[in-house]
Design a protein around this ligand. Structure first.
Ligand code: VGL
Ligand code: ZN
Length: 199
């Protein structure tokens, strides 16, 4: 029998109201996530963790504004306000998040030249974070994803997870979206089609 884990994606101050890349109601999901953390045998967290000169920051691209795009060697990249800088208060977990039970914290986006939405692969789609190996070695075959943001880091993680063979559920009531130019509808459709259970 395979084990089951809860994966809490990027519940960090910068993605909550008042943060640099605030997701509407990003803080509202914390009580529900805390309750779920209590019920799961295994809990893993991810933490967006960028160096100050990260190439996904619009501030590093003269003439570009946040939410515009640039072409990177690995494809089109959306530009963001500076956020989740390593060691900053914005990169810290929301103060009410009950994170102490977590068995692993996966940091991602720490390579200046590559962004990383997914908890499994960076945006070049080939550089692994190591999470798949961890889950497989630990006998975890079933995962539930919650957190921020539904249409970016949660969706990319879920799509990779099903591709890697994990039985994958996204609890939408414990997620909130950025919803940039229809991204939420698009990513919900992609998840459904790929066999992610949306609950
Ligand atoms: C995220 C944009 C940039 C996310 C992270 O957690 O969804 N989105 N960095
Ligand atoms: Zn980021």
């Amino acid at each position: 029998m395979s084990e089951e884990a809860l994966i809490v994606i990027d519940v960090q101050n910068d993605f909550c109201p008042g943060g640099n890349l605030a997701v509407a109601e990003g803080d509202k999901i914390v009580p529900l996530i805390n309750e779920m953390i209590g019920r799961f045998d295994h809990v893993i967290l991810t933490q967006d963790w960028h160096p100050a000169n990260h190439s996904s920051f619009a501030s590093k691209h003269p003439g570009k504004e946040p939410f515009e795009t640039v072409e990177m060697p690995y494809g089109t990249q959306t530009l963001w306000p500076d956020h989740c800088i390593q060691g900053s208060g914005g990169a810290a977990f929301h103060p009410a998040l009950k994170w102490t039970k977590a068995e692993l914290v996966v940091r991602k986006g720490f390579r200046a030249g590559i962004d990383s939405y997914s908890a499994f692969y960076e945006n070049d789609r080939t550089t692994p974070t190591g999470l798949a190996g961890f889950l497989k070695e630990r006998g975890i075959g079933k995962i539930t994803l919650v957190g921020l943001a539904t249409d970016f880091c949660v969706a990319y993680s879920a799509l990779d997870a099903v591709k890697l063979g994990f039985e994958t559920t996204v609890r939408l009531d414990a997620c909130r979206a950025i919803d940039l130019g229809g991204s939420l509808e698009m990513m919900l459709g992609q998840m459904r089609e790929a066999g992610v259970k949306l609950a």
